[in-house]
Write a protein that binds this ligand. Structure first.
Ligand code: ADP
Length: 723
């Protein structure tokens, strides 16, 4: 602020006062001209020279404050001009200082013109140099060169065009030159006016006045009729005035203003500095990391707000304390202190530090800082609280171990069959396999992975790995071309199932033969081959026969299911005269119809045969459908059997007016061992194997099976055989 006051108090030369003073001087000079022209001329030229030198000295001294040497440019121009003016005055006709010029006006006139040219050139160039950085050396050298050249051209080489000829007076060269110079001043004014945005308004006004004076002064000289003429005197006086106004402009802007702007810049810098400091402090305090600035003796020089808060104190109270005592509560730096390392090697260090006093784990970095001579003076100690992150990382690491700890195999495989990950349990899986077995396993898994990715759903299949059975769940990962595989060893279960199937197969096989002979014997007995039976005996035999029928069907279903499970359910396609088979089977089942007093309707097409169908499969289909229709239809109900040829094949249908299949059971009705609730309620007879076998038998032979049913009303099963 003190600087600003100083700027305001600094005196600024006032144009008006100056003008009054110069007006007085000019008036005196004007009077002198009336008495002694030579004296007038000398005084006028000397005044010009004096002002020019003053301008030069000012500009020269002010050059340190000027950023772009603009005023030095004018200073040098006026120095050259002043020098030539001086010589011009001394060589003026009648002065007698230089013998050669005592009676010659040419040299003085030539010097005059040289001076005019230098000034005109300076002013024409000046507007274009506004705001540009000029090199002081180039300016000085250019003007000295121009000055020397002008003098040498006039005095030594004598190549300067003649400006005054004895007898004829001023030459056309001199006259044209004056017009050209006058025009140059106008041109300069025009250029300055165009570029006035680049200069202070007042400076432009002073320049405009200077140029106008130079212009009018030069124009006055073109009206020259003799040394004593008024235009000649006026020209000289206006010229002195022009020099004076130039001086004012240069004094004010070349000398005084630099201080002004220097102080202004200074106070602006101070403001900027303060703003920067405030901003730095704000930033320092708003950083959530704990920052401390430490010196080489581990003394805290500064802490930010976060650090002070964490230490439970204020920023100021930490300063001057040792960081190890303040932060760690110890008497010397802790072993893992990165600041100690930075002090040793002057490099940045980072360490993970667990500090109970601060309640957590911190990532601490220490960055060294140096004084201007490169000497280490401390470090910036930044501690970032990574307690939460650490906990998360530990958790993540723990979680990452999860599949490794899984006793069951877990793998990740991509579409190409490449195993991306396998846990230790999966490693064991492959350990006993040779290369080709491994290839087979990955190949079969790859196919499952492809399927699962294509269908975008989990799939489970039973696959063989070496000699073990695995149920492999394949879960595709959404958006990626790989899947996770969870194989589960099911070898034991599989073995038990196989043993069970084998047993069932064996048992049912063993039962079939005696059952068949009992069935045949009971039928023969019923037909009376061993004589007449009383009604009681007949009834008992009929019961035996019916039970044997049902049992045979059950044993046959058991045998067929075990064959399917063991993979040896064989199909021997042949041409089947099914209308006959259907009729024979119905006859076989007649006792069961009679027992329940069921009404039987048949619509059997004549001589219908299917090509390429297995006889056993057809029996499985028809016997089961018929036996179900009888079983699930209450007494006095009805059963209709139809066999016909239709456009799409041979259609067999078995309809009943029985209990029906509830809607909720419809989907599962063909599953192994499945029985609907209403059926279970009605009878415990039945093992849920019939429809399972019917579906397999129809589909393996190329047929299609479906049903329509309404609970409590009845059911119709349809089987469409290919012809
Ligand atoms: P089950 O030995 O129990 O008859 P099936 O496999 O032959 O076994 O039939 C499966 C289940 O389908 C039956 O338990 C029953 O719930 C239902 N079902 C089959 N046929 C009929 C039918 N005609 N009417 C009503 N329910 C039937």
């Amino acid at each position: 602020m003190a600087n600003n006051k100083f700027v305001k108090q600094f005196p600024v030369t006032r144009l008006r006062t100056g003008m009054m003073q110069i007006g007085l001087v000019l008036a005196i000079l004007f009077l002198i001209a009336k008495f002694n022209y030579l004296l007038f001329h000398v005084l006028v030229e000397f005044s010009g020279t004096a002002i020019s030198l003053a301008i030069f000295l000012l500009a020269w001294n002010a050059r340190k404050f000027s950023k772009n040497n603009y005023y030095l440019f004018f200073g040098m121009a006026f120095l050259a001009s002043g020098t030539i003016s001086l010589i011009h005055a001394l060589t003026y006709r009648g002065m007698g200082v230089v013998a050669e010029t005592t009676n010659d006006s040419n040299i003085a006139t030539q010097l005059w013109l040289a001076n005019q040219y230098i000034l005109a050139a300076t002013f024409v160039i000046a507007p274009f140099l506004l705001g540009k950085r000029l090199k002081s050396q180039s300016i000085i050298l250019s003007y000295l060169a121009a000055l020397v050249f002008a003098l040498v051209a006039i005095f030594y080489w004598k190549i300067f065009p003649v400006a005054y000829a004895e007898g004829t007076g001023l030459t056309p060269f001199k006259k044209i030159s004056e017009y050209a110079v006058a025009f140059s001043f106008l041109l300069s004014l025009f250029f300055f006016w165009k570029r006035q945005d680049l200069m202070e308004k007042r400076f432009f006004h002073l320049v405009a006045v200077t140029l106008s004076l130079f212009f009018f002064s030069t124009i006055s000289f073109t009206l020259y009729v003799g040394v004593y003429s008024f235009p000649n005197e006026l020209g000289h006086l206006l010229r002195v005035l022009a020099f004076y106004v130039s001086y004012l402009a240069l004094v004010e802007y070349g000398l005084m203003r630099p201080y002004h702007s220097m102080f202004r810049e200074l106070s602006e810098s101070e403001k900027v500095l303060k703003e920067a400091k405030d901003e730095w402090e704000r930033t320092f305090d708003s950083v959530p990391d704990l920052i401390a600035i430490l010196d080489t003796k581990h003394t805290i020089r500064r802490v930010n707000r976060a650090m002070a808060e964490r230490l439970g104190t204020s920023e100021g109270k930490c300063v001057g304390l040792h960081c190890y005592s303040c932060v760690h509560g110890s008497k010397e730096p802790i072993a893992s202190c990165p600041h100690s390392l930075t002090l040793k090697d002057k490099k940045e260090h980072i360490a993970e530090v667990e500090e109970e006093n601060l309640g957590g784990t911190f990532l601490v970095s220490t960055t060294p800082f140096f004084d201007d001579d490169g000497k280490l003076i401390g470090s910036v100690h930044v501690a970032r609280d990574i307690t939460e992150r650490k906990k998360m990382e530990d958790k993540m690491a723990d979680l990452a171990k999860f599949p490794d700890e899984n006793p069951n195999p877990v793998l990740r495989m991509d579409k190409s069959g490449k195993i991306l990950y396998q846990n230790p349990a999966a490693n064991k899986l492959f350990s006993g396999l040779n290369e080709s077995e491994k290839k087979n396993v990955t190949f079969s898994w790859k196919k499952e992975v492809e399927k699962a990715i294509t269908h975008e759903s989990e799939m489970t299949s039973e696959l063989l790995v070496g000699e073990k059975y695995f149920s492999v769940m394949v879960a595709p990962i959404k958006g990626y071309s790989y899947a996770n595989l969870y194989p589960m060893d099911i070898t034991e279960r599989k073995r038990m199932e196989m043993a069970k199937d084998e047993f069932i197969s064996l048992a049912s096989h063993q039962l079939r033969t005696p059952l068949a002979s009992i069935s045949l014997s009971s039928e023969l007995l019923l037909r009376g081959i061993s004589g007449k039976m009383d009604p009681g005996q007949k009834e008992s035999l009929e019961d035996i026969h019916k039970s044997i029928k049902k049992m045979s069907l059950l044993v046959s279903n058991l045998l067929n299911v075990s064959r399917v499970e063991m993979g040896n359910f064989e199909i021997n396609p042949e041409t089947l005269p099914i209308s006959h088979i259907v009729e024979d089977t119905i006859k076989d089942f007649l006792p069961l119809f009679e027992e329940k007093k069921l009404k039987l309707e048949t619509k059997i097409g004549k001589e219908i045969a299917i090509r390429n169908f297995d006889a056993n499969s057809f029996n499985i289909i028809f016997q089961n459908l018929l036996s179900n229709a009888i079983r699930y239809t209450p007494k006095s109900g009805s059963v209709s059997i139809s066999l016909k040829r239709d456009e799409s094949g041979i259609l067999l249908s078995v309809a009943d007016s029985g209990i029906g299949i509830p809607e909720e059971d419809a989907k599962k009705i063909f599953s192994k061992s499945y029985r609907a609730a209403n059926a279970r309620r009605k009878t415990s007879e039945g093992a849920g194997l019939g429809l399972y076998m019917v579906k397999i038998a129809s589909e393996r032979g190329g047929g299609k099976i479906w049903f329509e049913s309404q609970e409590g009303k009845g059911t119709t099963f349809f089987v469409l055989f290919p012809e």
